[in-house]
Design a protein around this ligand. Structure first.
Ligand code: TXA
Ligand code: MG
Length: 310
């Protein structure tokens, strides 16, 4: 992807003024602001209509930049070396001296931290003197945005600028791991858990359905297109949009293919844009064919299940 330096400069200027700017990442687009500024973080909450007790995830260029805000440990360093920049978010302990806005953390002593891989956003981070608080760029509890037109559709002129970086290559949010003590997964995401387990050489607890919710990716209703979804559907009627992952002999107007050859990475990349398209085409019901529960298929199923609790 060609980097447009003038666009990055424009984003930088607005962020320096405490404005919110949408930024591209390899997972989904983020709604970004200066993580050290209360004013900018407050704006993010307001734009997203996000509950104040749901802390913001903060994006850094690299661990050198993070050092002043968080404490590291050996598990973090192992995973950082192997997977960063990339689709993994760490929950770490905040340092007392950290300048991260208390609005962003909701006064918590921990911080969700990610190192995005997208070259446009990396170039932007290089230019800034602060890290970027950036939750997914969608109204709270709705489908995330995977291209600039999705963000425009959701926020219109309410946000100062959308930094375009094409379509997100992964298309699903990052995997969240609480790495402070015994590592546990709080949200399935773009990075496979088995790969993380291999890197740490141990089995990791998955705690994405706890009684005490610590990441709203864990809320039941989330990622919702606002239309009831039926999973593992073998048959459908013409009134339902039917989501498929392999070629069919017959093609009907209500068929939506995430991939034609069961390529689950391709399916992940197309999931959110397909849900948006179905909504635009005014379907009132969605049926989804069975999706293999392996690799990123697990994350696809997780999101569909949550979206289906409408
Ligand atoms: O891929 C991603 O992670 C994208 C891109 C833009 O980086 N961001 C994203 O942000 O999905 P968001 O806010 O939609 O999801 C981040 C999740 C939320 O569920 C939030 O509750 C959780 O991280 N979170 C934030 N701070 C936390 C903390 N201190 N402890 C536990 N969970 C936290
Ligand atoms: Mg989100």
């Amino acid at each position: 992807m060609k980097i447009n330096l003038a666009n990055i400069k424009k984003a930088k200027k607005l962020l320096n003024l405490g404005e919110c700017v949408a930024i591209p990442t390899e997972t989904v687009y983020g709604l970004a602001g200066d993580a050290y500024s209360d004013k900018a973080c407050m704006k993010i909450f307001k734009l997203k209509k996000r509950p104040k007790n749901n802390p913001l995830i903060v994006h850094y260029l690299n661990k050198q930049d993070l050092k002043k805000d968080c404490n590291f440990n050996s598990n973090f360093l192992k995973l950082y070396k192997k997977f960063c920049p990339g689709p993994i978010t760490f929950i770490l302990d905040l340092k007392k001296s950290s300048k991260i806005s208390k609005i962003a953390t909701n006064n918590k002593r921990s911080l969700a931290v990610r190192f995005p891989k997208h070259p446009v956003t990396r170039n932007l981070l290089k230019e800034l003197k602060f890290p970027l608080a950036a939750p997914s760029a969608n109204p709270s509890s709705r489908v995330s945005a995977v291209c600039s037109s999705d963000v425009k559709e959701d926020f219109g002129k309410k946000i100062a600028y959308i930094l375009d970086g094409g379509k997100s290559s992964i298309g699903l949010e990052s995997t969240i791991i609480d790495i402070r003590k015994k590592p546990k997964i709080l949200r399935l995401g773009g990075l496979n858990i088995s790969t993380i387990q291999k890197a740490l050489n141990k089995k990791i607890v998955i705690q994405n359905k706890p009684s005490k919710i610590s990441a709203p990716g864990q809320f039941k209703l989330h990622y919702s297109p606002g239309i009831p979804i039926r999973l593992n559907a073998k048959k459908t009627n013409d009134r339902e949009a039917y989501i498929l992952i392999k070629k069919t002999k017959l093609i009907k107007p209500n068929y939506y293919f995430l991939t034609k050859n069961r390529n689950l990475n391709e399916a992940a990349k197309n999931l959110y844009s397909t849900l948006r398209k179905i909504k635009k085409n005014k379907f009132r019901f969605i049926a989804v064919s069975k999706i293999p529960n392996k690799g990123i298929g697990k994350t696809i199923n997780d999101r569909l299940l949550r979206a289906s609790k409408f």
